[in-house]
Ligand binder design. Structure first.
Ligand code: AGP
Length: 594
């Protein structure tokens, strides 16, 4: 899941490309490179962050260029394996996001024909194939090349002799920004916002010819008209706004995100999906599929749907759905995906759609592949999320699920009224957590020296224990496990010692007594306990070593304040450990390869 970018316009391409790569760094940051077309084609690549490319690249002049920031799939991070890749004659330069699955066989054929390869990447076959097929027409050579590639790709190609850029897509995302006297392509929207909010989303099998003056899109060799969507994000949204990290900024945006999502919310309105979609009539139930943090949002939704609507819900990891021999019959499916580009989710959506399922996508990105694939789409209104660790998007996913469930006609009016009025208090409760950040910072200081941490929760907060563990793993490099509290005595107990802190989510509901028992069992194994407990829970102080308070509220919505609390705990723990919070090693924001 690399980030590719291309510029054709009236400004110098190099500074524009570098600026855009900085805005795509969350997609991969182990190496980067540019190719600039001026009087000649100049290529420069560097290991590490975009800043090391920026600090070392010579001043190449030219108004057309491409760039790349890498998340290595084939070939370790190195200057040689960094993109752009070129051919033997160095006439063509290519940047690529995705995986060419038949590259080995193509590489062997090209080597047999005399081509010399210098990298270990799958991508390098592309410029060599273009060189092989080039007869004076770049797009013809690119089309011939694409016809023999298998796998996923978004590519941008420039050539020594041609004053244009050719782009194409299959599986990996590619958007085109229409500026005035300049056009820019990228793997995602943020870099486009410096130039325009008019965007074209390329679909699989489409090819684009980009010049300073025009953008032409072809499908099967024929020029086609593409809808232009107006993006309602602006450059401020993709800047840190005075915060040290995007993650902290995005955590602090959550009260506003919730308030925005609840604006004009009318639980009496017709829900986008109803009981038919949920299939309780057919007794088949509902499937929710997702990955990572979005999967945890799906688990919370399962508890709420089953508790309030009595509809059986299966929540599955999308990467597992893809490798099942056969699809277990379900009524329909909800795909939850912040980016809308997660390959595992897209592949399983296609499988379910082929199996006759209707799909609802809950996503944060307008025009994303998931939105275009699904029968219906519910947009989260979280705004662009740049930190690799998902925070506000998780809360926005929960809010959209709560809103959807509370619109269901199966709910009694008195219950609906009570829950909707509680839901509308959420922005205040989220702000309460942010206003009491100090207590969390202290606990983070306490946790930061440890190398193993457990998270436990019960019922609707079991998924939040999973999410808390994922957050601290992602950004602080502490090994953490989330467990259903009742489960740890069935094995993980053996790991408990005085250097394995346990973060326990203790809600004042029907799980309270059982959680207290679990904490006593953990204490008897001398493991330190940090309890996340409601402000009026005074008993817990007698048991836990430390207590992080959250506001009293209806338990159904407690995942929201508990999740924000654990996001901050992970953030400050990573800060105390001096970790690169927005760009944790080996990760990327949107996982566009299987
Ligand atoms: C979460 O912090 C991670 N970035 C990751 O687990 C993420 O949630 C997962 O890759 C799913 O992404 P999506 O929501 O964009 O599909």
């Amino acid at each position: 899941m690399c980030g590719i970018v291309g510029y054709a316009g009236n400004r110098e391409a190099l500074p524009s490309i570098i600026k855009a790569l900085h805005k795509l760094e969350y997609r991969g940051y182990d190496s980067a490179g540019v190719a600039i077309l001026g009087t000649e084609l100049n290529i420069f690549k560097a290991c590490g962050r975009v800043s090391s490319l920026e600090n070392n690249v010579p001043t190449f002049n030219g108004k057309i260029g491409i760039g790349h920031t890498r998340w290595a799939t084939h070939g370790e991070p190195s200057q040689i394996n960094a993109h752009p890749h070129t051919d033997c004659s160095r006439r063509f330069a290519v940047v690529h996001n995705g995986v060419i699955s038949n590259y080995q066989q193509l590489k062997e054929e090209l080597i047999a024909e005399g081509h010399r390869f210098i990298s270990d990447t799958d991508t390098e076959v592309i410029p060599h194939l273009i060189e092989k097929y080039y007869g004076g027409d770049l797009e013809a050579a690119v089309i011939k090349t694409l016809n023999i590639l298998t796998g996923s790709y978004a590519i941008a190609v420039i050539a020594q002799t041609e004053n244009k850029m050719v782009v194409a897509k299959n599986g990996s995302p590619l958007v085109i920004g229409l500026g005035s006297k300049e056009n820019i392509i990228a793997s995602d929207i943020p870099p486009l916002l410096d130039y325009t909010n008019r965007v074209i989303c390329l679909d699989d099998g489409e090819l684009g010819i980009i010049t300073q003056e025009a953008v032409k899109i072809y499908k099967n060799g024929r020029l086609i008209d593409k809808p232009v969507s107006i993006v309602d994000w602006n450059t401020e949204d993709v800047q840190k706004g005075g915060y040290e990290h995007f993650m902290l900024k995005e955590i602090h945006e959550q009260p506003k995100v919730i308030r925005q999502a609840l604006l004009n919310y009318n639980s009496a309105a017709e829900p986008i999906i109803g009981s038919d979609f949920m299939g309780n009539k057919a007794g088949k139930g509902l499937l929710i599929l997702a990955c990572g943090t979005s999967y945890h949002a799906g688990l919370v939704a399962k508890y709420v749907i089953e508790d309030l609507l009595d509809v059986p819900v299966r929540v599955e990891l999308a990467s597992e759905v893809n490798h099942r021999e056969r699809i277990i019959p379900v009524a329909n499916a909800i795909a939850i995906t912040q980016s809308g580009e997660t390959a595992d989710v897209l592949i399983s959506m296609k499988k379910l759609i082929d199996a006759g399922c209707s799909t609802l996508a809950i996503t944060n990105v307008k025009g994303s592949s998931a939105a275009r694939l699904a029968n219906q789409t519910l947009y989260m209104q979280a705004g662009p999320e740049l930190s690799v660790a998902a925070t506000k998007s998780f809360i926005a996913q929960l809010i959209e699920m709560y809103k959807l469930i509370l619109m269901q006609p199966a709910l009694s009016e008195p219950l609906k009224t009570q829950l909707v009025s509680e839901l509308k208090l959420m922005p205040g409760y989220a702000q309460w957590v942010l206003d009491h950040e100090d207590q969390i910072r202290d606990c983070a200081n306490h946790i930061s020296p440890y190398s193993n941490v457990f998270y436990i929760g019960r019922g609707i907060n079991y998924p939040i224990a999973l999410e808390g563990a994922l957050k601290i793993k992602e950004i602080s490099y502490i090994h953490a496990e989330g467990y259903a509290a009742g489960e740890i005595k069935h094995g993980p107990f053996s790991l408990l010692q005085n250097d394995t802190p346990v973060v326990a989510i203790v809600s004042k509901d029907f799980t309270y007594e059982a959680m207290i028992t679990n904490i006593k069992e953990i204490k008897s194994r001398r493991a330190p306990v940090i309890a996340v407990a409601q402000e009026d829970d005074h008993y817990i102080e007698q048991l836990a070593d430390r207590v992080i308070r959250v506001p009293n509220m209806h338990n159904l919505f407690s995942p929201i304040v508990n999740a924000i609390t654990l996001q901050l705990l992970a953030y400050y723990t990573a800060k105390y450990r001096g970790c690169p919070i927005d760009f944790p090693r080996n990760l990327a924001k949107s996982v566009t390869v299987e």
